[in-house]
Design a protein around this ligand. Structure first.
Ligand code: BTN
Length: 257
């Protein structure tokens, strides 16, 4: 169970995920959150970079010790985190987002958040996990190559005519409070039994034709939902197929979703 959360803030770090790893090696324990005003070497999924410019976005990571969780279930923590971010943004900013499987929170078809979960093992078991979350908050524009698929909380608030200021500190705390709730429900069963129905309610690709892009092949399918491990269930030629989070991207046929 995740109980107490302890917050540490730095103006600038290379990557909050990397700082959590250092802290775990120094003996720090579950519940430590490291947040930073900016990251100089933010990391994205599949070896990509994650831009986190000065004081515009949230960069935050937590240290978890799910010692009894089977290694193959660790990736599902990303799905749990996506639910927490969606929930916290709704509560704090009034924005009702959807989830693009597995872990992107999207508004108006554009991504507002990225999540990267990493694990270290000892004696063949989970030693610790760091789950890192990046949220675009005050960003007014994005680099040309991602502008078509990226948005921020401020841009969405403006678009929806909602006149509130989103505090990065308050939203960060709301995210981890919400994460605590979802994560403990996840740990009860070690899978998404308690959370699947809610996740599917917000699943942006549900019922949509999507393109599955794996390393060696790419094909079209209909996204049906997820299973209790957080894997995507798709239909191809009247047959169900399970897509696991890994080296696979799922794209809409006509755009990012
Ligand atoms: C993605 O590719 O969508 C995942 C991006 C994850 C970015 C966050 S920002 C906080 C934490 N620290 C990192 O270096 N990456 C994650």
């Amino acid at each position: 169970m995740l109980e107490e959360i302890i917050y540490e803030y730095y103006d600038s770090v290379d990557s909050t995920n990397e700082r959590i790893k250092d802290k775990a090696h120094e003996g720090r324990t579950q519940g430590l959150v490291v947040s930073a005003g900016m990251q100089t070497a933010g990391k994205g999924r599949i070896g990509r970079k994650w831009e986190s410019p000065t004081n515009d976005s949230i960069s935050t990571s937590i240290l978890l010790e799910p010692k009894e969780l089977p290694i193959e279930e660790v990736a599902t923590i990303t799905v749990v985190a996506a639910m927490a971010v969606r929930d916290a943004i709704k509560k704090k900013c009034g924005l009702d987002g959807q989830i693009k499987w597995p872990n992107d929170i999207v508004y108006d078809g554009k991504k507002i958040c990225g999540i990267l979960t990493e694990m270290e093992m000892q004696d063949g078991k989970v030693w610790f996990v760091t789950c890192g979350i990046g949220v675009n908050v005050h960003n007014k524009e994005f680099p040309e190559e991602i502008a078509f698929k990226a948005t921020s909380i401020d841009l969405q608030l403006k678009r929806e005519g909602i006149d509130i200021h989103c505090s990065r500190k308050e939203l960060t705390e709301a995210i981890w409070e919400s994460f605590k709730k979802y994560y403990n429900l996840f740990l009860e069963t070690g899978d998404l039994t308690n959370l699947r129905e809610e996740y599917e309610r917000y699943l942006a690709n549900r019922g949509n034709r999507v393109r599955i892009e794996a390393q060696e092949n790419s094909y079209e399918a209909i996204a049906k939902g997820i299973n209790n491990r957080g894997e995507l269930i798709v239909e191809v030629d009247d047959e169900e197929k399970i897509i696991s989070t890994g080296e696979v991207s799922v794209r809409g046929i006509y755009g990012y979703i």
